[in-house]
Write a protein that binds this ligand. Structure first.
Ligand code: CDT
Length: 297
């Protein structure tokens, strides 16, 4: 039985500090309607979809920070890998990324979840006796937020729960030398091309190594008149291919029809974790955070 899903990334163009919430919501609703016209059953929005990417600004009052309200949800995720700094860079022209100032480290781990009622005829609780293999139930998904996508540990936690689709919204600066490093000086265009390359690299490679689809949605373009964010929203397959991607850096739907059964090839062959993983060799991954080099010779 095919387990097909119609999925979309709703890339958003810039949202500014002074953008009106109603206008941003109207854009998001328009994108939802466009995705619905494609028949999308799942639509992913970017990180900080409702506001500008505010961690680049030093905001001094709590009132300005308290904005987002929650609705009824089937799963929650909190960003684990917070990039940037707590204090602004000394360079007054630097693009700041004050996530360590505004956010707590996510404390929900990487918990995969099933999404009910979007694929008919799947196995349900109590039908286990009919299941001769995994991958027959409601779709299994996991979430990441932006910088989390660069860390294979989270992906692997989802892989170990059989995740078939990993969702990731992001706001990634195109040119921010104080943040990314300046060892190899680059023009703004070279830096942006590299940032898009690294974005796709991690989405494709981690999809492949965990035999899952991934959907990523950018907030893109020039925010607040001067801060450039990359585009590159895309959908990748379990074999690591980009199967749909954004053409520009404004509001745009990236759509694909995917068959979750395509995850089975990797899950049952090259990356059959139960047969091939060697946990006895991986201790350092959870014992150590930072690098400790071997002794000098
Ligand atoms: N929003 C966010 O997490 N941005 C990060 C910046 C990384 S800085 C080294 C990102 O991964 O795109």
């Amino acid at each position: 039985m095919a387990r097909t899903l119609k999925v979309a990334a709703a890339q958003l163009g810039p949202v500014h500090l002074n953008s009106k919430r109603e206008e941003t919501l109207a854009r998001m609703i328009t994108l939802l309607q466009q995705a619905a016209e494609f028949g999308a059953q799942l639509v992913l929005f970017p990180e900080c979809a409702l506001t500008t990417f505010f961690p680049r600004h030093l905001i001094k009052t709590q009132e300005e920070l308290d904005t987002v309200k929650k609705n009824e949800v089937i799963a929650k995720y909190r960003k684990v890998h917070l990039p940037g700094t707590k204090e602004p860079f000394e360079n007054p022209d630097a693009v700041n990324q004050l996530e360590k100032r505004y956010f707590e480290i996510g404390n929900l781990g990487f918990k995969a979840f099933r999404v009910p009622d979007i694929i008919p005829g799947v196995l349900k609780k109590g039908d286990e006796s009919k299941a001769e293999r995994n991958g027959l139930g409601d779709p299994i998904m996991g979430m990441l937020i932006c910088n989390d996508r660069r860390w294979p540990e989270g992906w692997r936690c989802y892989g170990l729960q059989g995740a078939e689709v990993v969702l990731c919204g992001y706001n990634t600066a195109g040119f921010a030398p104080d943040l990314w490093g300046t060892q190899k000086p680059m023009t703004p265009q070279q830096a942006e091309d590299d940032a898009v390359f690294h974005h796709k690299l991690v989405m494709q490679s981690n999809s492949y190594m965990n035999s899952c689809f991934s959907i990523s949605a950018a907030k893109a373009g020039l925010e607040d008149g001067k801060y450039d964010l990359i585009g590159g929203s895309c959908i990748t397959s379990p074999e690591g291919h980009v199967i749909a991607e954004a053409k520009g850096k404004d509001d745009e739907i990236v759509f694909a029809e995917i068959d979750l059964n395509e995850c089975r090839q990797g899950m049952e062959k090259t990356f059959d974790f139960a047969r091939h993983r060697r946990t006895e060799a991986y201790g350092l991954i959870v014992e150590r955070a930072g690098v400790v080099e071997p002794e000098l010779l």
